[in-house]
Design a protein around this ligand. Sequence first.
Ligand code: KG4
Ligand code: ZN
Length: 334
Amino acid sequence: MKDVNILAIESSCDETSMAIIKNGCECVQLTVLTQMDTHAEFGGVVPEIASRMHTENITMVLEETLTKANMTMDQIDAVAVTYAPGLLGSLLVGVEFAKTLSYIYKKPLIAVNHIAGHIYANNLEKKMEYPLLALVVSGGHTDLIIMKDDYVFEHIGGTLDDAVGECYDKVARVLGLKYPGGPNVDRLSLEGKSTYDLPIPMNDDSFNMSFSGLKSSIINLVHNEEQRGHEIRRADLARSFQDTAVDQLVRKSELAIKKYNIKKMVIAGGVSANRFLRNAIQELADKYNVELSIPRMAYCTDNAAMIGAAAYPLYLKGEFADLTLNATSSDELY
Ligand code: KG4
Ligand code: ZN
């Protein structure tokens, strides 16, 4: 079969990214232009600024991607784009750009869900084999999914309130760490010990999770200590939080492994860049003889390579979008 090169576009949050993915598994070129430093000044992503910056940069990112790959649009077989979920204004920039490329160069258009993208990032390491358990941990999602085939997602559990990434970002703020909070809490926790006594969330046999109680207990703890004039051992608190948050993800994954007799597992989403989580899930997988896949760091956080990987099964099935494709901020995959 002839090679299939997909040009993929990702602009759902604060990264303008494009990639060329060959046959759904080989990254020919990945460009990621992050707006992180701009948003850091505001302590979080400012949607209006994010969409303006995508608009300013997207043409340049395309040029750089094609030039570095030493390719032209003639060698591209399809254009894929993230259409949901994410910041609406940011998504719209990518979607309209992809539609324009598809129209001008007469290429099929593929609409990709961002969370499917995170999961399919694993195909860039080794082709996923089914059935598998996927632990999705990002800024907006914390879910346990069983996949029996390509694009067959069975949601078996997940957070009932905040996503784990969101919780990391809030805790970072209380600890006075800069945006993006997750990696900074991860780094600080390395210097600390788990000495704070935090509540253990969802200590039951369900696949449900919760992070808002943990977040509130840390906010209250910090305020109370400040009012009493006590010093907060920031590294210890970061470590205590991280241990508790990761423990919940591991406990719930373990229940799923046992109940569904899981033999293959993948982790997906920005929080899978967390070293504690990577190690803890690897230990769990080893304990149950589960084959575990974790994307390399560059494919964990938002990037277009994962969108190209997720577009490939849709390309093979001929599931193309037309020029009426619209962006949605909240589309659910499962
Ligand atoms: O998947 P992602 O890049 O964007 C969404 O789709 O939401 O995930 C972003 C989230 C943020 O909450 C960020 O703080 C978190 O992933 N994150 C981390 C780490 N790197 C990114 N959280 C913990 N440890 C990390 N090393
Ligand atoms: Zn993401």
